[in-house]
Design a protein around this ligand. Structure first.
Ligand code: EPU
Length: 432
């Protein structure tokens, strides 16, 4: 068990390299099982959710070879239609992408109900609706999702999602990519990681058009081959560093980003007084300068290209010391304000009423012992701690490590003072 000890109040300055996108990686890694040859995947973030996905595909028979720090080769030639173990799937939301993969490859799949951050109900009805339309019957029994097509393979379909779910869009693409004929999915998610998955599959030989728009058209192909592919940069990791410099003040350059993917985030931080510039020598960089106390603003989370729900907590943390009151509306998940109680320990003044939080900006936050309850909650505590007076001890950093590669190291490179300590796991110690 680790904890981060952050001595706050230091401005951030310097360059930080943004890693590959978590939510693209956890879809692309299982998609590689559908190839008939090895795939080399670059810019893979070294985070715990990726480690779990790699363990899952190994369990199914894939060979995974680390070629470089962030490059892996996946050889799927030994893969069999077996169920991934409950212990692994419960550790990550993306474990259920194996359903789409196996349905597409074999016409049947059994996968336990997935885990992931506890941020709301996280229904899977749209995944099931898509699988049903493609010809699979789906039952949920004793904690497992059983999906199978009586014909032994899926057929194409025209599917209209009730809401633009990221997970359902990914799973339906995976299931349909080998189904003979044309599948049309309407009202799909348009996040950059959806486009990245489609680009990866197309590089393998798939025929997917429209990713990034509301309608995706998939012409089923007979086989997918191997390829080399580089995962897009993580817009939420980049946005988290923007939140951090907003809270501390300073000037940082985010390297290895796609500035277009950040517009839904930078537009909001500009309202808060943060300035953004291009780097004339590097088209993949964006410079963020925060010279003044953040200004208040209102936020409403929406599917892409709206303001991302995954940015909600870290932005709220930066708004805690804004001049004036801000209103934060969370429209995607029901339970994404659990971190607020921890921010209050640091002196934040926030009232939550249902899916809305009102943040009354205070002059300074003060360090306190706090605990992360999910990935973005942990990142929010880090943002708050960096801007706060005194020392903040953050527990539950295993949540942070699910989605941020070397977060303390990267922040340390920008001048933050963070110590990573090992703490005894009291519960385990007692049991042992
Ligand atoms: N929903 C349904 N039925 C479904 C599927 C979704 O009602 O069948 C609802 C959900 O309950 C939620 C909304 O639709 O209210 C959006 O859910 P979505 O399916 O888009 O989310 P997800 O696929 O479960 C992914 C990311 C999340 C991110 C959301 C929204 C992965 C592995 N996870 O979750 O990432 O918050 O999209 O952008 O891609 C994170 O990185 O911290 C994280 C939680």
């Amino acid at each position: 068990m680790l904890k981060y000890v952050v001595t706050g109040g230091r401005q951030l300055h310097g360059d930080v390299a943004i890693g590959g996108a978590k939510n693209a990686a956890v879809a692309i890694i299982p998609a590689a099982l559908m190839a008939s040859e090895p795939c080399v995947i670059e810019n893979v973030p070294r985070i715990n959710d990726v480690t779990v996905m790699l363990e899952i595909i190994r369990e199914l028979g894939a060979k995974v070879r680390l070629i470089g720090k962030n490059t892996i080769e996946i050889d799927p030639r030994g893969v069999k239609n077996v169920s991934p173990s409950y212990e692994l799937v419960r550790k990550t939301r993306a474990g259920y992408y194996i359903l789409g993969v196996q349905l597409g490859m074999y016409g049947s799949s059994i996968v336990s109900m997935p885990g992931g951050c506890d941020i709301g109900v996280r229904a899977i009805d749209q995944h099931i609706k898509g699988f049903n339309a493609l010809g699979a019957e789906v039952k949920v029994e004793s904690g497992f999702i059983h999906a199978a097509s009586a014909a032994g393979k899926l057929h194409p379909a025209h599917i209209y999602l009730d809401q633009p779910s990221v997970g359902a869009t990914v799973n339906i693409i995976l299931a349909a990519v080998l189904a003979e004929g044309q599948t049309i999915i309407e009202n799909v998610a348009k996040e950059p990681h959806i486009v990245d998955l489609a680009n990866f599959l197309n590089t393998m030989g798939a025929n997917i058009r429209g990713a990034g728009t509301d309608v995706i058209k998939i012409q089923g192909v007979k086989r997918l081959g191997g390829c080399t592919y580089s995962i897009i940069p993580d817009q939420i990791e980049a946005g988290t560093f923007i939140s951090a410099v907003t809270a501390t003040g300073g000037e940082i350059t985010l390297r290895g980003v796609i500035p277009k993917h950040l517009e839904c985030i930078t537009a909001k931080f500009q309202e808060m007084g943060v300035e953004f510039f291009d780097d004339p020598n590097d088209p993949d960089a964006i410079v963020c300068r925060a010279e003044h106390r953040p200004m208040r603003t209102n936020i409403k989370t929406l599917p892409y290209p709206g303001f991302p729900t995954d940015m909600q907590a870290v932005t709220t943390a930066a708004l805690c010391t804004a001049s004036g009151a801000s209103m934060v509306s969370e429209t995607i998940f029901e339970n994404r304000f659990r971190y607020v109680e921890e921010l209050k320990r640091m002196g934040a003044q926030i009232q939550v009423e249902g899916k809305v939080a009102v943040v009354e900006g205070v002059d300074r936050l003060t360090g306190a012992p706090v605990r992360a309850c999910d990935l973005r909650a942990g990142a929010a505590l880090m943002v708050a701690a960096l801007g706060a007076d005194g020392v903040t001890e953050i527990e539950g950093v295993n949540f942070i490590e699910r989605g941020y590669e070397d977060f303390p190291g990267k922040l340390g490179g920008l001048g933050a003072n963070i110590k990573v300590l090992t703490v005894p796991d009291v519960e385990t110690a007692e049991v042992g």
